[in-house]
Design a protein. Structure first.
Length: 396
């Protein structure tokens, strides 16, 4: 499915959903879609619908908060199947250690609903022209390209490289894993990597996005952060607008997120909050207080200062991955994912060559043992350590 040419007015619905209960999520999702005019105004009954989840590799149990929760997806699918019987759910999943979908609970969920579940790498990728600012062509999931409508189900999480991962970032899983790693190595400057994400988004745009913000991840996301009860579902036909509202929700100026800024500048969606109509819950009424950014980033400050200055602050907070040797189990996931060969396992422990490291944070993203952590140097690092000591003292 190529990029949508028509874009309706930017509207984002915010609805409460306090826990992962299928009926509660389904009711909340249905309400959010009704606020947008109903599913029937977005998806035709004959549409072949591909539902793109966030199933970050390596696979992990749903309670870790790393993947779009299968109960969230089940609730959304329960609503969608009333309008279309042509539903396929999936993501690109590492299957070397067995059935990753079974680890997360997606295999069981799909069996309960009788919905087709696919591993994108098993169905293949097709090279398509891109005409982006960086990408001229790219390999994209055959499943996504053959769909009439894409429904995007990201999870609200921080991200140590891009600050925030949401609707636009979730579509990165539609290209092969090897290509994702290569792009991290070749385009390690955050603005360039953001443009790669936007180039991809320009050719594979969802008709509908629903954000799993029932339980979010703050701090060292997208895999090593802390879970935070937020109790919300966000829905929109405009993925960029949804990201803008979601970042404002966690206290960040939307244009501090480079994917939102670039996509908005290229007229692929609306990133300016003043041009977005929020439906349902009032944004200020549901904003969680003190939401922590990666490496202790000052979220309240970033939410108040202008976008260009906020982006400069974000760049200044760039972290590098550091191994907590006592937690490392020598699984070598970091070594396999590192695009430049900076991460190596020696004598059963990971080591990162600082001279080679491009700070793409792929190693941090795949570590499931919290053994690779983003650390900043200088004054910023001292601020992080002080904040950590304060948090520790509050717990004692």
């Amino acid at each position: 499915m190529l990029a949508q040419q028509d874009r309706k007015g930017a509207r984002v619905a915010i609805v409460r959903a306090r826990r992962y209960d299928k009926d509660e999520v389904a009711h909340a999702a249905a309400h959010a879609l009704d606020l947008l005019g109903g599913v029937e105004a977005i998806i035709h009954p004959t549409d072949r619908v591909f539902v793109k989840i966030n199933h970050l590799n390596p696979p992990s149990p749903a309670e870790r908060g790393i993947v779009t929760h299968p109960v969230f997806t089940e609730g959304v699918l329960s609503v969608l199947r009333e309008f279309s019987s042509h539903l396929t759910v999936g993501d690109d999943v590492d299957s070397r250690a067995g059935d990753g979908f079974a680890v997360s609970g997606y295999r069981q969920m799909a069996a309960r609903l009788g919905v087709r579940l696919v591993n994108l790498r098993e169905e293949g990728f097709v090279e398509v022209p891109c005409h982006g600012k960086i990408l001229e062509k790219v390999l994209v999931s055959r499943t996504a390209l053959e769909a009439d409508a894409i429904v995007n189900l990201p999870k609200l999480k921080t991200h140590s490289l891009t600050l925030f991962t949401g609707a636009v970032k979730n579509l990165y899983g539609m290209i092969p894993a090897g290509l994702r790693v290569r792009f991290h190595g070749e385009h390690n400057k955050s603005s360039d990597f953001a443009q790669i994400l936007v180039d991809l988004f320009s050719i594979v745009r969802p008709k509908l996005t629903l954000l799993d913000a029932v339980v979010a991840m703050e701090g060292g996301g997208p895999a090593g952060g802390t879970l935070r009860d937020v109790g919300l579902i966000l829905a929109s036909e405009d993925a960029v607008a949804l990201d803008a509202v979601a970042t404002r929700l966690i206290g960040v100026n939307p244009f501090a997120v480079e994917t939102t800024r670039a996509a908005s500048e290229q007229d692929l969606g609306v990133g300016d909050l003043s041009q977005i109509k929020v439906l349902g819950e009032a944004l200020d009424a549901v904003t969680p207080r003190g939401f922590r950014l990666p490496a202790g980033g000052p979220s309240r400050l970033l939410g108040r200062i202008p976008g260009p200055i906020a982006r400069a602050v974000v760049r200044g907070l760039a972290a590098r991955p550091v191994v907590a040797v006592g937690l490392c189990v020598g699984c070598a996931e970091c070594e396999r994912i590192c695009p430049v060969g900076a991460a190596k396992v020696t004598d059963g422990k990971a080591r990162i060559d600082r001279a080679l490291c491009v700070r793409c944070m792929c190693c941090h993203e795949v570590c499931r043992f919290d053994a690779i952590r983003p650390v900043r140097g200088g004054f910023a690092g001292a601020t992080d350590r002080l904040a950590g000591h304060r948090r520790a003292s509050r717990k004692t």
